[in-house]
Ligand binder design. Structure first.
Ligand SMILES: Nc1ncnc2c1ncn2[C@@H]1O[C@H](COP(=O)(O)OP(=O)(O)OP(=O)(O)O)[C@@H](O)[C@H]1O
Length: 294
């Protein structure tokens, strides 16, 4: 059965969530709400805390401080909340099982399992059901792992860099499937990736982490509307308030400034354009000391 979470619900509500490992805090003061039925891009530099956040939401890690609710439940580190599906970076599968046996295991361990849907996803990926997992390519294993997490018919699906070993056609197919799932069945997808251009095509919400903190959270359309890229001469004065400048990069000819700004900019020699997700994300990742919520 598809998830039937009501529209407008909050899928994740974290308050001052933190996780400390022996060497220090991986995530701290993380307060964030993720709306339901959205495709959320989880972005940040290496070590920013993305996997740690997913581990906490998936109930696989215990928070060191703060609290979080996921689909109305409180994960404590003791197990995955009902309705949550999580595909970790390593994509753990049993190498000795066949694909069909892997799906059967999914059926045995998940009350909401949709066998027809899981098989269809494997067939669409042209992965033979009788093949052993250990004989599959990295990309084929990813497609089986995706069928396994989607077959659970979750309300919240978390995918930690799922696209890394897929070819471009498979990446497109996977992103399309995820978007359809989110739209048709109202599931919230939290998708981490370093390929910002691809996230822009399918995601409608951004969660950007930097050094264990939430730096940017909000609707991607609103973020784009509230920021501008300004291109102008190297030595000219930037035509917006200094405190609104997020990033200022020298180009071979001139410079590009990413700024919080929504009004038209009329200044000689300057041109403006609406930024893409990657422009906004890169600007805040380079700054790494600003926080904005939309
Ligand atoms: N099991 C662990 N034990 C100790 N420290 C850890 C552990 N897992 C992660 N860390 C540390 O916590 C911080 C956040 O790591 P995390 O894996 O959450 O980052 P990430 O954003 O997912 O990075 P990447 O993009 O490289 O996957 C890093 O400093 C990392 O070294």
């Amino acid at each position: 059965m598809p998830s039937t979470d009501p529209p407008g619900h909050v899928a994740v509500n974290a308050r001052e969530l933190g996780k400390r490992y022996r060497r220090g805090w991986a995530l701290r003061h993380c307060s964030v709400q993720l709306p339901g039925a959205r495709m959320v891009a989880l972005v940040g530099h290496n070590g920013a805390g993305k996997s740690t956040l997913m581990g906490l939401l998936a109930g696989l890690l215990a928070p060191s401080e703060g609290a979080v609710e996921v689909l109305g439940q409180r994960p404590t580190g003791a197990g995955v909340p009902v309705g949550v599906s999580y595909l970790a970076q390593g994509k753990p599968l049993y190498p000795g099982l066949t694909v069909a046996e892997t799906l059967r295991l999914g059926a045995r361990t998940n009350p909401r399992w949709d066998q027809g849907y899981a098989e269809r996803l494997v067939r669409e990926a042209a992965v033979p059901l009788e093949a052993k997992i250990r004989h599959l390519s990295g990309g084929q294993r990813t497609r089986v792992a995706l069928a396994l997490v989607l077959g659970k018919r979750p309300g919240l699906l978390m995918l930690d860099e799922p696209l890394a070993d897929l070819d471009p056609v498979a990446r497109q197919a996977t992103l399309r499937t995820l978007r359809e799932e989110s739209r048709q069945n109202g599931i919230t997808v939290l998708l981490s990736s370093h390929v910002l251009g691809e996230l822009d095509e399918v995601c409608d919400h951004l969660l950007l982490l930097g050094r264990g903190k939430v730096r940017v959270a909000g609707d991607i359309g609103a973020l784009k509307a509230g920021h501008r890229i300004l291109r102008g001469p190297v030595h000219a004065t930037v035509p917006v308030r200094a405190e609104d400048v997020i990033d200022d990069v020298a180009l071979p000819q001139g410079r590009a400034v990413v700024a919080r700004h929504r009004e038209p900019v009329r200044a000689p020699g300057w041109h403006e354009q609406e930024p893409q997700l990657k422009d906004i994300a890169l600007a805040y990742m380079r700054r790494d000391d600003m926080e904005v919520e939309v």
